[in-house]
Design a protein around this ligand. Sequence first.
Ligand code: ATP
Ligand code: MG
Length: 556
Amino acid sequence: MENTEESRNFIEREIDKNLADGVYDTVHTRFPPEPNGYLHIGHAKSIVLNSGIAKQYGGKFNLRFDDTNPTKEKSEFVESIKNDVAWLGADWEDRLFFASDYFDQMYEYAVKLIKKGKAYVSDLNAEQIREYRGSLTEPGKDDPNRNRPIEESLQMFEDMKAGKYEDGSLVLRAKIDMASPNINMRDPIIYRIAHLTHQNTGDKWCIYPMYDFAHPLEDAIEGITHSLCTLEFEDHRPLYNWVVEECEFAHPPRQIEFAKLYLNNVVTGKRYIKKLVEDGIVDGWDDPRLVSIAGLRRRGYTPDSIRKFVELCGISKSQSTAEMDMLEYCIREDLKPKAKRQMAVLNPLKLIIDNYPKGQSELLDAVNNPENEELGSRQISFSRELWIEQDDFMEEPPKKYFRLFPGNEVRLMNAYFVKCVGCDKDEEGNVIAVHCTYDPATKQGPDFKADRKVKGTIHWVNAADAVKVTARLYENIVDEEKGVYDEEGNVNVNPNSLTVCECYVEPALAEAKPFESFQFVRNGFFCADCKDSKPGAPVFNRIVSLKSSFKMPANK
Ligand code: ATP
Ligand code: MG
């Protein structure tokens, strides 16, 4: 491995130690999503980490759906998750698993625990169990069922499985320690009765394992070595270890926790994204304003940019918050050399070149990306009437405004110098056209020579053949001044998060394919929307503007 001892994160160092000590002779990781929503940028961290570790150590990586909970899961989510994990470049090969496929084995492990005197059936109701559990400061009290004879618990557990009991009337509890300082160890419930239809196993089961029992078993059954999870499970680790030890796995997995990825002023929790979707505030789970993986992909983010972002965030045990600026930096850096640069006018204003002959036109050469010769060049047409940006003209400019105003000369990108001579206005005084004259001696190109300099360069498209398309500009869906959530836990929605504009673009852009990205010079990076684009009529989403306030830390 090429990274040095110091640059290795704490998980890599733990794994190195385990391999050196012979605790494991291979590395096997997994990503275990619950199929109850779409994945988001936080999950990307876990995917990149788990699949990356497996690859780095020449080990294996599983994609496993943690579908032990029959109420919330949907096959739409299973499909979207598979799609997103694959898109991020994590390859599970033939190791796609469903936790529900292990229900039979889990049941057998529960029976094993009962037989060992390590689990018992209890008839306490939920409230009693809570009362008996104690608190952080007081120990719990023994469940009166705790010493139920093994045979009796076995029979009752079998009857629970056979559907002889109602929901909530009995539970199976692990027999650990009601006085443990760790509440998770106070005889946790490991099976509950729920007469619910499961999307995979149908009506076969009316008892379902609890997460803290199921998860270590899933890992152990699959031969996972390192079960990487987020910090909130740290207090559950003793229980995780208890389960794999009492179930007597020869090579039990080891749980290691790392800090979740949080983005400042961004909605990541599945629950909140779901609410925005259900309330119709966004256009589905893949709305380009969301940081769901599907939303980021639709917006125009690339797998490389997301992986780079996760890498920059780093892996640690201390909670921290990343900035959206850094994610935006990553996509800009990724697209800068890859995307063709094109001219597109978002807020069009007519520019008329008074001394350019009517009816005449010409083709001009334009380089597609000065940073990447491989992207070649194109020809663009030029004539007497063009579209320019409204804010590239001001009748009475402030100081340091170097674009068009009466008497000032600017460069039309890839074309000529033009000098503003005036403007036309409608009855209300709005500027409806700008007039200028051009200097034929200032044609851009290899032979360009001019006896004077201009301070401003503006972009334009030829009115005769420009294509009108829709572009969408985004702001954070969160109203940053109010903060992410209100008192009731609803997202404070920014009313200006979406601006739609009708704009003019170079004709070739009409053929943009879904997911194809461009730099619209001076305006940002844009991606053709995969849902709303029609052949010949793309809709462009602005991925990110060109300006950034983000500074890469010196040590990266
Ligand atoms: P959410 O809190 O958004 O609902 P979750 O944790 O309930 O997410 P799961 O489907 O249970 O979602 O998560 C699958 C895996 O992704 C788990 O191993 C979990 O620890 C990890 N994960 C979830 N959110 C993050 C995050 N913000 N950063 C890093 N890993 C995460
Ligand atoms: Mg969850």
